[in-house]
Design a protein around this ligand. Structure first.
Ligand SMILES: [Zn+2]
Length: 317
């Protein structure tokens, strides 16, 4: 049987790729509406019950061969957070589902991404307000969690598109102003990445330093992509076939130069953060993804089902 849209397009052979970042053990007051262990477990239970969860290899190959079963889903994680290993991997193993982890290699073994330096500085500061006027920000009150979230949301957009070196200095200045010691255990260790791989999970490339590729000269972008891939290939002892763009917005964070670059570098497919399902008509180096934060139960399943009908709106190439 074959369902058809009003336009007459065939509805089968569509893939939803779920995109997660952190999965902490408990709800985090500074990451509102995001997943944690209990929610992730419930989402996995819905996926196992109503969807066809497959590995990224089966998903990408099935998609372009036109052989996907109905309600096919691939699960992905970006960045390489330690809670991906300690919480998400644990839950995935418990229920027996595969997933792919796109890892920014520079932050393994004690590193910290710039946005986390801001979040952790604001989490642990004992100050009641931060004077960030040197960044052309107002004085930000940080006494309550709501104020801390508002301050994070004010700071991150100002820092996001700075050059990497400049940004690293800026976040260190914020940490200094906040007068805090920062954690060095937010990301996975190399040994944990090896264990994920040994446990049947797929490891994907996500650059070395997680730059906004469009903000770098093409050669630097290429080198960062290769450095991340080579490190992880050496670590897990096999070829990495998939890549996820840092930040991942088409035209804004990467463009057709990078789409071409990934093809030349021998990757099999690449994933953006553009919202949408994948079908056979899309460029294999710009596969869109979906994410549903803290939705569970019928709300999660219905939103995921609906995503098979919501067309992507923008591509870079
Ligand atoms: Zn990322």
């Amino acid at each position: 049987m074959c369902e058809r849209e009003a336009s007459g397009r065939v509805m089968k052979n569509r893939l939803a790729i779920l995109n997660y970042h952190q999965v902490p053990a408990d709800a985090d007051p500074l990451h509102l509406n995001t997943c944690h262990r209990h929610i992730f477990r419930k989402q996995l239970e819905s996926l196992a019950r109503y969807f066809n969860v497959i590995s990224i290899d089966e998903g990408v190959r099935g998609l372009f061969a036109g052989k996907l079963h109905r309600n096919s889903v691939v699960i992905t994680f970006d960045d390489g957070y330690r809670n991906n290993f300690e919480v998400a991997f644990d839950e995935l193993q418990r229920i027996g589902l595969p997933a792919t982890f796109f890892i920014a290699s520079d932050y393994l073994d004690g590193g910290r991404m710039w946005n986390d330096t801001i979040i952790e500085a604001l989490r642990s500061t004992r100050k009641t307000a931060l004077d960030l006027e040197q960044f052309e920000l107002p004085i930000l009150p940080v006494r309550t969690n709501a104020q801390r979230v508002a301050a994070i949301n004010a700071i991150i957009p100002v820092f996001k598109y700075l050059q990497p070196d400049e940004r690293e200095q800026a976040v260190r200045r914020v940490a200094k102003i906040a007068e805090v010691d920062l954690p060095d255990d937010l990301m996975m260790t190399s040994a944990q990445v090896k264990s994920l791989h040994a446990g049947g999970m797929t490891i994907g490339a996500h650059t070395a330093s997680h730059p906004i590729l469009r903000r770098l000269p093409a050669q630097d972008a290429r080198e960062d992509i290769i450095a991340g891939r080579d490190f992880l290939e050496q670590l897990v002892g096999c070829k990495l076939r998939y890549f996820a763009y840092p930040n991942g917005k088409p035209g804004q964070d990467y463009d057709k130069t990078h789409v071409q670059m990934l093809s030349e570098l021998g990757f099999e497919a690449a994933f953006s953060t553009q919202w949408g399902f994948a079908d056979r008509s899309i460029n294999r180096f710009e596969i869109p993804r979906v994410g549903f934060g803290d939705h569970v139960g019928w709300r999660f399943s219905l939103r995921l089902l609906r995503s098979y009908f919501e067309a992507p709106v923008q591509f870079a190439a």
